[in-house]
Write a protein that binds this ligand. Structure first.
Ligand code: ZN
Length: 182
């Protein structure tokens, strides 16, 4: 099980590496990495389990954050109505909107950067090509998916982890023309 101890924190060089592509078809081992990350996210958002295991709540987790330098990340977003959950292997941003957005409030946070938050400009919309694992259908499919607003912010944050970039590298005060997302 992944717990807070397993999550690599800022200062560890693995967070600054360009992660390696995974081989296709997805191996059992790589699929398991993705499933474990997804499980962490899901448990971290469960009130009882997060308390029991002392998990910091997160909506996205990239493999370098558990010390594995591979191009894999997981997302679990529950907006109260719908749950967006997947693992993506070898994601590639193939299109991005000109319109920019930023997460309001304290801004973004990161499981690898304790006690730090900040506002970051992101594209309102991105299209990502990759190999997607759907935990409901239990299948992996090569396709292009589109993300808008909050999910778009999350996937761009996770995508950055695969390229050794942290949100703290991008914190800004200039939001001219950008839309605030709550
Ligand atoms: Zn992060």
């Amino acid at each position: 099980m992944i717990d807070n101890e397993c999550i690599v924190k800022v200062g560890n060089e693995v967070l600054r590496r360009i992660a390696e592509k995974v081989q296709l078809p997805i191996s059992k081992n790589d699929l398991n990495i993705g499933k474990r990350m997804l499980k962490y996210l899901k448990m971290s958002q469960d009130e009882k389990l997060s308390k029991k295991y002392n998990l910091r709540s997160g909506v996205g987790l990239a493999a370098p954050q558990i010390g594995i330098s591979k191009r894999i990340f997981a997302v679990y977003i529950n907006d109260g109505e719908e749950i967006l959950q997947f693992v993506v292997f070898n994601p590639e941003i193939v299109a991005e909107s000109v319109q920019m957005v930023f997460l309001g409030g304290n801004g973004e946070g990161c499981l690898s950067v304790p006690n730090k938050y900040g506002r970051v400009l992101r594209h309102k919309k991105v299209k990502i090509r990759g190999t997607w694992y759907d935990p409901i259908e239990k299948n992996t499919i090569d396709s292009v998916k589109t993300f808008i607003d909050y999910p778009s912010i999350v996937v761009q944050h996770e995508y950055d982890h695969l390229n050794g970039v942290l949100f703290t590298d991008k914190i800004t005060n200039n939001f001219v023309g950008a839309e605030e997302i709550s």
